[in-house]
Design a protein around this ligand. Structure first.
Ligand SMILES: *[C@@H]1O[C@H](CO)[C@@H](O)[C@H](O)[C@H]1NC(C)=O
Ligand SMILES: *[C@@H]1O[C@H](CO)[C@@H](O)[C@H](O)[C@H]1NC(C)=O
Ligand SMILES: *[C@@H]1O[C@H](CO)[C@@H](O)[C@H](O)[C@H]1NC(C)=O
Ligand SMILES: *[C@@H]1O[C@H](CO)[C@@H](O)[C@H](O)[C@H]1NC(C)=O
Length: 403
């Protein structure tokens, strides 16, 4: 009798998980969220919500009030909640807390207390970036990455293996004590459940030209960073494919080109920008150019593949992202849409990565998260194919996107 009821219970649990359509392959859809009204979240399309942000104050992460409503609502829908600590401009506390053992102990104790008191499923650390200059005045030092690993091991020991530890990361691996991307970050793979690649904010007003916010691969101009570069470099440095979650933006970056781009070919999205090079790496100039999907929608036709005049929409078949140019004002917006996001989902499935992440749920009207959630259906059960990076080339589409 007892055995029977246990297996009945197991069946029930499986049925519950399946009912939320989390991929039988266990794919993740992680959404960062800065909002406060939980009724705006569609939990059935999210496996994890990362509440953003908590910051370290006097060595202790603060406890956002919204967790009180978020945790029960998410758990009722079988979605996990993580508290994300840090963010751009929220990283002043990392170096001074983590560079000494008393500071680490204080952080670990306070973080464990938050987990115990709120019932959250884990902690996401968004340190931008260990060992590198971040927002203006943010302290950093050569052994940040080493200290990061130490505090993560201490935190893992304190909270156990059932709680999630994840990080938001740059597209390059954490830097070594010389400021160069580390060649071996496999020790981080042991403490983190997974990493969320911030494969966006790659080109913008902080550079010299217009360019793709979140290129799948490097375009004809702009920086070398991209989704494929990030996945390749992290996996080469020892982060297993099934611990990499690819970040996608629910926003674009706008800027103004010095001349009209209306007649440019779609892959020619690199034109000198008015007021460029404004130092995103210090003053966060990039925030002033963020255009959420809901603010982009009015510039687009209902089919999303055409724009409303004087805007013109093009799709860069190298970066696999669309862009808009205003033929009257020369404003330019690089963004992601249902087409580019579907290609990123397909890439994640093809490469057998863990899932997709987005910044940020409040910027969507429901149109984009739906596309990410298609990963649950696209990832059919199959044996994990580790070391899939050799497949990279065939996982990136070429030519015109499927409409
Ligand atoms: C820790 O970081 C703070 C802030 O940058 C610095 O003032 C302090 O000297 C550092 N301590 C150690 C031991 O590195
Ligand atoms: C560019 O971004 C800023 C900041 O979000 C916004 O105020 C402005 O309206 C955007 N421009 C366009 C053309 O959408
Ligand atoms: C999209 O809609 C616009 C405006 O209605 C139309 O001109 C265009 O042909 C449509 N494109 C496709 C591919 O259907
Ligand atoms: C919420 O998600 C479900 C399941 O994917 C979907 O059927 C529904 O349309 C979504 N609701 C909104 C408002 O997007």
């Amino acid at each position: 009798m007892k055995l029977l009821s246990i297996s009945a219970l197991a069946g029930l649990l499986i049925a519950q998980v399946a009912s939320r359509a989390v991929g039988s392959d266990g794919k993740l859809v992680v959404g960062y969220w800065t909002g406060s009204d939980v009724s705006t979240l569609n939990f059935s399309q999210l496996t994890h919500v990362n509440y953003a942000f908590s910051t370290i104050q006097d060595g202790v992460p603060n406890l956002p009030d919204t967790l009180k409503s978020l945790v029960p609502a998410a758990h009722a829908a079988d979605t996990k909640v993580l508290l994300s600590i840090g963010g751009w401009g929220g990283g002043n506390g990392f170096t001074p807390s983590f560079n000494n053992s008393a500071g680490r102990a204080k952080f670990v104790k306070a973080t464990k207390k938050i987990i115990d008191e709120t019932g959250i499923d884990g902690i996401d650390i968004d340190w931008e970036y260990p060992g590198e200059p971040g927002a203006c005045g943010q302290p950093y030092q050569a052994d940040d990455t080493a200290n990061y690993l130490t505090v993560l091991k201490e935190l893992r020991a304190a909270i156990g293996n059932k709680k999630i530890l994840s990080a938001a990361t740059a597209t390059h691996p954490f830097v070594d004590n010389k400021g160069k991307p580390s060649k071996d970050i496999s020790a981080f793979a042991k403490v983190f459940d997974y990493i969320n690649l911030m494969s966006y904010d790659l080109n913008g007003i902080w550079g010299l030209t217009t360019g793709a916010n979140a290129p799948m691969v490097k375009g004809r101009g702009g920086v070398a960073a991209s989704v494929v570069q990030g996945v390749t470099d992290w996996s080469k440095a020892g982060m297993p494919m099934n611990q990499i979650v690819v970040g996608t933006p629910f926003y674009g970056h706008n800027m103004t080109s010095v001349h009209s781009m209306g007649k440019n070919s779609p892959t020619d999205e690199y034109v000198p920008v008015v007021g460029g090079n404004t130092g995103h790496n210090c003053n966060g100039g990039g925030f002033s150019t963020e255009t959420g999907w809901t603010d982009i929608v009015p510039y687009l036709a209902a089919n999303r593949t055409s724009a409303v005049a004087p805007w013109v929409r093009k799709f860069d078949t190298i970066t696999r992202t669309p862009w808009l140019t205003n033929t009257k004002t020369n404003e330019f917006i690089s963004y992601d849409d249902p087409i580019s996001l579907a290609e990123k989902v397909d890439y994640v499935v093809c490469m057998d990565l863990l899932g997709v992440m987005t910044w940020e749920l409040s910027l969507d009207n429901g149109e984009l998260l739906r596309v990410l959630a298609e990963i649950f259906d696209k990832a059919k059960p199959h044996g994990h194919q580790h070391g899939g990076h050799s497949k990279s080339a065939h996982c990136v589409p070429t030519g015109p996107p499927k409409a």
